[in-house]
Design a binder for this molecule. Structure first.
Ligand code: SF4
Ligand code: SF4
Length: 188
């Protein structure tokens, strides 16, 4: 089913350039990014194929990109950008694509748990000022209802002192980052 997606009168490729300064038209489809990507074998579209779809600049291919599973599998490892002869910063492109996928409610069904993890991670940082693993896992399990997943490793990690039951707060500095980001979003 095709839905109407609006990028301020631009294509998704134009929107990516506006948001990140990256032109996907620089990609000449050599495929080095896809060949080196550690997640590419599990992706529905390899990284270079995503770029090709974006280069087409039509609504149908834009929608394919935003509803793809690939954008959620990207690990931001930067292997692709290190190999790219045209210096296309694919991880940055992926960041914009994930944000747009969420904004247009086009998240791939298979990515549900990955999105839940992203949200739990950001909320933990926002609420405590740093990562608190126990809070992150509790939040993730509430969102996904995977209550019993990996539960056997918790006592071992607690015993080894890898998990703290009490969070350490470092909120002041991080709050400033989040409010700065919010202001920037409102201005954009
Ligand atoms: S390595 Fe760079 S130029 Fe080659 S396909 Fe990937 S993004 Fe395009
Ligand atoms: S940053 Fe993402 S797309 Fe690039 S190689 Fe790593 S996993 Fe693949």
């Amino acid at each position: 089913m095709s839905v109407s997606i609006d990028f301020g009168g631009d294509s998704l490729a134009g929107w990516i350039q506006h948001k990140s300064g990256i032109s996907v038209q620089r990609c000449y489809q050599c495929g080095k990014c896809s060949a080196g990507c550690p997640a590419s074998s599990d992706m529905d579209f390899a990284p270079s194929v995503l770029l090709r779809l974006l280069q087409l600049q039509n609504a149908e291919s834009d929608q394919k990109v935003l509803s793809s599973y690939s954008i959620w599998l990207c690990l931001t490892c930067h292997t692709c950008s290190a190999r790219c002869p045209m210096e296309v910063d694919l991880p940055k492109v992926m960041d914009v694509l994930r944000a747009e996928s969420l904004r247009h409610k086009l998240v791939n069904k298979r990515a549900k748990d990955i999105v839940a993890f992203h949200k739990s991670f950001i909320d933990t940082i926002r609420n405590f000022g740093r990562l608190w693993e126990v809070g992150l896992v509790a939040d993730y399990k509430l969102r996904t209802r995977h209550f019993w997943q990996d539960v056997v490793v918790a006592p071992v990690m607690l015993k080894k002192g890898k998990l703290s039951l009490i969070p350490l707060f470092h909120k002041k500095f991080v709050s400033r980052i989040f409010s700065g980001l919010r202001n920037r979003e409102e201005r954009a």
